[in-house]
Design a protein around this ligand. Structure first.
Ligand SMILES: Cc1cc2nc3c(=O)[nH]c(=O)nc-3n(C[C@H](O)[C@H](O)[C@H](O)COP(=O)(O)OP(=O)(O)OC[C@H]3O[C@@H](n4cnc5c(N)ncnc54)[C@H](O)[C@@H]3O)c2cc1C
Length: 272
């Protein structure tokens, strides 16, 4: 059974309805798509149906003992394979970017769910900003501690606007209140899989990379040539972000002129 909860607002009634359907139809696997909302729903479905929960899977295959779950471990540094029996229902969510291509799934039915009067209910939904949702953005510009403060993020926002990208951050800027907490990418933040991820003033800790390792193209800007993020970038630029970003904005502006040498930074070879 496959469930897409991209537009689901977190009402537990939806999880209860999915759990009921899974039991009624004796589904051995419930696959849930839709970012962090999917994780919330999957956990509720697994708990209420006594199922096994596997988050961020890349694939589920058959094996002699039952099913084999493939998922990243240690922030994406390793691929783990976990064998589970078939005696309990398996509830999975997918690692961003792991499910691509293929024909669109046809809806086989429409489910209408009444909001539940249960112990947990949605009282108010607040949108902190109207910016592009991070989890669905095709381009992301992320800033780290190296940005230096909230003013720096205002400047970085100009690059995000010019690229049509969503703004993101590593954990320190969120903890410091430079940007809202929902901007955080990483193991305890959002997981993204954009076509382009621009990491600015981010060292590239394993906790941060866990949230962006599925990005197709990574551009990293850092003053430190030894910063780990540079080894995981397709384009690594060693330089002060202010100068490099100013050069990028110059190129991206309508009356684009070639970037001056002082803006160009120093690209170095990189391996991913
Ligand atoms: C349990 C746990 C969970 C965590 N979860 C997350 C998570 O989800 N997401 C996350 O991001 N972190 C997470 N962290 C924190 C993580 O370990 C790192 O501390 C964090 O990612 C570092 O953020 P940073 O790269 O912005 O800062 P730093 O590591 O301080 O790096 C700043 C970088 O900016 C560069 N820099 C400085 N000035 C400039 C300049 N002018 N121009 C260009 N570059 C410059 C520096 O060279 C440096 O590489 C977690 C930690 C723990 C223990």
């Amino acid at each position: 059974m496959g469930v897409d909860v991209s537009d689901h607002d977190g009402d537990p009634a939806v999880a209860a309805a999915v759990a009921t359907l899974a039991v009624e139809h004796d589904c051995s696997i419930v696959a849930v798509a839709g970012g962090t909302t999917a994780e919330d729903l999957a956990a509720r479905v697994a708990a209420s149906t006594d199922g096994l929960l596997a988050l961020d899977t890349r694939a589920v295959t058959s094996c002699a003992s039952g099913l084999r779950v493939h998922r990243p471990a240690f922030g994406g540094a390793f691929d783990a394979e976990i064998e589970v029996g078939r005696s309990r229902r398996l509830v999975v969510t997918f690692d961003p970017g792991s499910v691509t291509g293929g024909p669109p799934l046809a809806a086989i039915g429409m489910l209408t769910i009444e909001p539940s009067p249960g112990p947990v209910r949605l009282v108010e939904q607040r949108h902190e900003d109207e910016a592009l949702p991070l989890s669905r953005a095709r381009r992301v510009v992320a800033g780290g501690r190296g940005i230096g403060g909230p003013e720096g993020f205002t400047e970085l926002g100009k690059l995000a606007d010019a690229l049509g990208a969503a703004m993101a951050a590593s954990r320190p800027p969120c903890d410091a209140g430079w940007v809202p907490g929902h901007h955080q990418v990483g193991i305890t933040g959002a997981r993204v899989a954009p076509e382009l991820y621009v990491a600015v003033g981010i060292s590239g800790s394993v906790q941060h990379r866990a949230g962006m390792h599925s990005a197709q193209t990574v551009v990293a800007i850092n003053t430190d040539p030894e910063a780990p993020i540079l080894r995981h970038a397709d384009l690594a630029v060693v330089g002060d972000w202010r100068e490099v970003v100013a050069g990028m904005l110059e190129v991206l502006s309508d009356d684009a002129t070639p970037p001056s040498r002082q803006h160009a930074g120093q690209p170095i070879g990189a391996e991913r």
